[in-house]
Design a protein around this ligand. Structure first.
Ligand code: AP5
Length: 224
């Protein structure tokens, strides 16, 4: 069952960072917020996977690191995001999904743009739920829509019901790699919450519950 919720389209100027462990539902929920506000989602993970598919220099570097659940170097990803934020579609706001991922990246973002971020939204999901979410995740090869074999399946089995593309499993969604992604998250990414807390920008939302329940809680937290 896909989620089909009528959201009143509103124009808003929102600069949002989505925080949370791998598989917390950042990409799933970012799609609703982006659609409602007509702002782009900038997913560094998706950009890196595209670079891997296109066999670019960045892709070659990212491939070996992502498959092990390691991060690409700060200076590389900071440059990628800096270029992306200069594009026209970012002028009315954006959602950053997967960036920043280290305190150094968060500091670089604030140096890049004076008011880079209005709110840092942390989706809280305990470790024990993450493996089930990630091993059951399927992604559309074509439009990159995200599904889950049990929690949020496509109505057409292994075919995307949004665009007809084939649903595949991400290479880094193996049990072994997920374990390392979780420890990298706790060691390197979780400290960012304190960084934004000190700036008075951190909002934590419970990410446990159905996709619809979490979406409702997020919209409420954002005042939408
Ligand atoms: P990235 O693509 O950013 O991966 P991630 O942070 O690990 O997050 P995911 O995309 O896995 O999860 P998500 O929170 O978006 O969850 P989703 O909505 O899909 O990064 C991949 C790699 O790229 C990194 O490991 C790193 O190597 C590299 N990288 C990226 N950015 C970098 C950076 N800035 N610096 C350095 N390296 C970087 O949901 C997961 C599943 O759960 C889905 O199947 C979904 O249907 C299901 N689901 C969603 N919500 C719910 C719910 N409420 N209940 C039940 N199931 C749900």
């Amino acid at each position: 069952m896909t989620v089909d919720i009528a959201i009143k389209e509103v124009e808003y100027n929102l600069k949002l960072v989505f925080l949370g462990p791998p598989g917390a539902g950042k990409g799933t929920q970012a799609a609703y917020i982006a659609e409602a506000g007509a702002i782009p989602t900038i997913s560094t993970g998706a950009m890196l996977r595209e670079a891997i598919a296109n066999k670019t220099e960045l892709g070659k570097l990212a491939d070996s690191l992502i498959s092990k659940g390691e991060l690409v170097p700060d200076e590389v990803i900071i440059g990628v995001v800096k270029d992306r934020l200069k594009l026209d579609d970012c002028k009315n706001g954006y959602i950053l999904d997967g960036f920043p991922r280290t305190v150094k990246q968060a500091e670089a973002l604030d140096e890049m743009l004076p008011d880079a971020i209005d709110i840092a939204l942390s989706l809280e999901v305990p470790d024990e739920d993450i493996i089930e979410r990630l091993t059951g995740r399927r992604e559309c090869e074509k439009c990159k829509a995200t599904f889950h074999i049990k929690n949020n399946p496509s109505t057409k089995g292994d075919i995307c019901d949004k665009c007809g593309g084939k649903l595949i499993q991400r290479a880094d969604d193996s049990a072994e790699t997920i374990k390392n992604r979780m420890s990298v998250y706790h060691a390197q990414t979780e400290p960012i919450k304190d960084y934004y807390k000190k700036l008075g920008k951190l909002v934590c939302v419970d990410g446990v519950g159905s996709v619809e329940q979490v979406r409702t809680a997020l919209f409420k937290a954002l005042g939408l």
